[in-house]
Design a protein around this ligand. Sequence first.
Ligand code: SF4
Ligand SMILES: [Zn+2]
Ligand SMILES: [Zn+2]
Length: 300
Amino acid sequence: MKCRRCRQRAVIDLKSHNTAFCADCFFVFVERQVRRAIKEHQMCSRRDRILVCVSGGKDSLALWDLLLRLGYRAEGLYIDLGIEDYSRRSREKVEAFVQGRGLELRVVSLEEEGFPIPELARRNRRAECSVCGTVKRHYFNRVAAEGGYDVVATGHNLDDEAGRLLGNLLHWQWEYLSKQSPVLPGVGEALVKKVEPLCRLTERETAAYALLRGIDYQLEECPMSRGATSLKYKEVLNLLEDWMPGTKAAFYQGFLKNSEIFRRETDQAPLESPSSFRCSQCGQPSLAEICNFCRLTNPT
Ligand code: SF4
Ligand SMILES: [Zn+2]
Ligand SMILES: [Zn+2]
């Protein structure tokens, strides 16, 4: 198998693009996909201060590496979820990545905040992933807003977004469909813009990128993810992808082209003025008087 660009020996074949690349040409391909996503969706500029949310996994560390290589001002945020040894090992991977490169990293420890995810889930009699999502969203925005960042970037890839889309469509979740986008605009200084620059790359591609770049990432999955429905949707899409390469990208890109339909149907009022929509306890943007995060962490 030869590289499509330079005819050297290829190290990865990409059936969905009907091509194969050597390591150097694969890096060119990956950087091009990220540049294209950023440009197409006007995610960020080189003047912006970007806060990259890193978990220690392949996607978020590859994202941080890519943004820096492409000349963006990117700093990291690691949220230590307090999940058994998994969180400790993930944090070690992030710290090793930072040390080798002399980068700026912010850390929030939920153990120190008084509500590690397993305990918070037990207290609220809720599934770990549902409380985890709320807590992470809260800190992503709060740390970014307080630190004066312009953009929050997460490592969601094409598999994540296509899987989420499939789930939302299967259950006709109109509200979620109307909000699903690789860019969520910011509002004022309180709600920081959120972007997903890896949305054109599959999980296999980000894993190959991290591996070929020598990024040492957390291979273990979070123990709470066992049996998660989102993984089932990804499995189904992988079966379709094996059968018809390119299906995943066509499915998600087609949705992005037509996503206006879902916005029209739900007819949502945008959060125009966040100063009048603040949680009375933590001051973060919220349509309710007390936000979901405060309801979870300070139950009355
Ligand atoms: S699997 Fe669930 S608990 Fe684990 S990091 Fe993801 S959302 Fe959080
Ligand atoms: Zn090549
Ligand atoms: Zn609050």
